[in-house]
Design a protein around this ligand. Structure first.
Ligand code: 5CU
Length: 402
């Protein structure tokens, strides 16, 4: 059995330039020090009126990311900018900022290589250990040709192996026809696009004071439910707009194991089948397209991972029309799992103390959000050892050409 390689395909940072920008702002997204203890808080979610999450160097310092990787035996990280990316900037700022961020991300990876070279332990060649998703200038009013240009820049950047994006696109969502050249270019260049939520669907259940519910539920509702529904809605809009029919080679990695989409996919298929207007514009049953996507394995439980694998595997049955024909589910086991990849969501979800306070100095702690996701992969009953090795890292090595 070959040695395990662990690749973290879902791990975030803010570049130092973005941190300075967030510190200079008086409305969300911003970093402020208005909390009672005066510590810096990152307030990014749209309804987050008070507070935010405690931030420190783990959000921007490469030494911190390297220490986190070494502590958790992560061989390779593909870092991505954290939400809300450049969504909040005006068009000229977004275009300039995308160039700056992509240069800063390249430098971040170079700095990591220097750090890892100084330590030089581990099996993976140091220059391969830190990679990044680039960023496109997706904000209101940006010309699609600027977005296309950014993909060309990303393709030329040695450490960038795809691009992260949210669900807003140029302000009208991802099924905006203006984005057509973007999908075309990403598919042509073979770049993986990583779709990640920020706004939350159903987030309007919040109260004006930002407590999300009649009780103070902290960040639980928007993160656990709002995020996955947003991801499901954004991916569904891409599918229903025929984007994967026109660009079958488009590689889309979907955050949090596809959010709510896998479990709702047969309901989606039924709703489409009952709506000829929508049904007639698609080449396939909606479930087919789930087999064309890639999924992180940030689901925290073996049962959920197994269900996603089966649902993706089942998609093959819907390849040639709108009926379910051929292939038993058992035949499809380990088709889906080859499209799934380990992730941590670092530096979000840091360890907490028993009294509930967040541990901000995280240089020594093992993070539950990591161990839970590792154990979930190890514990999927139907996965062979080689399928698990794929999810730990080999699938990502293959997809990203690492
Ligand atoms: O804690 C949070 O708000 C987040 C976030 O904003 N983005 C993310 O990827 N994970 C957690």
């Amino acid at each position: 059995m070959s040695k395990r390689i662990l690749v973290d395909c879902h791990t975030h940072i803010y570049t130092k330039r973005l941190v300075s920008l967030l510190r200079s702002r008086t409305v969300n997204p911003r970093i402020h020090t208005n909390s009672p203890d005066g510590s810096e808080k990152l307030a990014i979610l749209p309804q987050e009126v008070l507070g935010g999450r405690t931030v420190g160097p783990q959000y921007w310092d490469v030494r911190n990311k390297a220490s986190f990787m070494n502590r958790h035996a992560i061989d390779i990280s593909i870092v991505s900018l954290a939400n809300p990316w450049l969504d909040f900037l005006d068009a000229p700022q977004a275009v300039t900022s995308a160039y700056e961020c992509n240069a800063d991300l390249e430098q971040y990876c170079a700095d990591a290589t220097k750090l890892f070279s100084a330590e030089a332990k581990g099996e993976v060649e140091v220059a391969r250990r830190m990679k990044a998703f680039g960023i496109m200038p997706l904000a209101d009013g940006v010309e699609p040709k600027e977005v296309v240009k950014s993909l060309e820049v990303i393709k030329q950047s040695p450490s960038l192996c795809g691009a992260i994006l949210g669900s807003r696109g140029l302000g009208k969502g991802l099924d905006d026809p203006a984005l057509e050249p973007v999908w075309e270019k990403a598919a042509e260049l073979g770049l993986v696009l990583f779709l990640h939520p920020h706004y939350g669907v159903g987030a309007d259940a919040s109260k004006p004071d930002g407590l999300w519910g009649a009780q103070d539920n902290g960040h639980v509702l928007p993160l656990a439910l709002g995020f996955p529904f947003e991801t499901a809605a954004a991916t569904t809009r891409l599918i229903l707009a025929g984007v994967f029919d026109r660009h079958p080679n488009l590689k889309l990695l979907v955050a949090h194991s596809g959010g709510a989409l896998p479990i709702l996919s047969s309901r989606l298929a039924s709703c489409v089948a009952h709506d000829p207007h929508v049904c007639n514009r698609l080449k396939h049953d909606p479930r087919y397209y789930l087999g064309k996507l890639y999924y992180d394995a940030v689901a925290y439980g073996p049962e959920e991972l197994e269900a996603v694998d089966r649902i993706i595997g089942r998609a093959e049955r819907y390849g040639s029309g709108t009926d379910a024909k051929g292939g038993k589910i058992q035949d499809m086991v380990e088709v889906g799992v080859q499209r799934m990849m380990f992730g941590t969501d670092h530096p979000f979800f840091p360890p907490t103390k028993e009294d509930g306070t967040v541990i901000t100095d995280d240089q020594t702690e093992t993070w539950r959000s990591v161990t839970e996701n590792l154990e979930a992969i190890s514990d999927v009953p139907s996965w062979s050892q080689s399928a698990k090795m794929g999810v730990f890292g080999k699938n990502a090595v293959r997809l990203f050409g690492l």
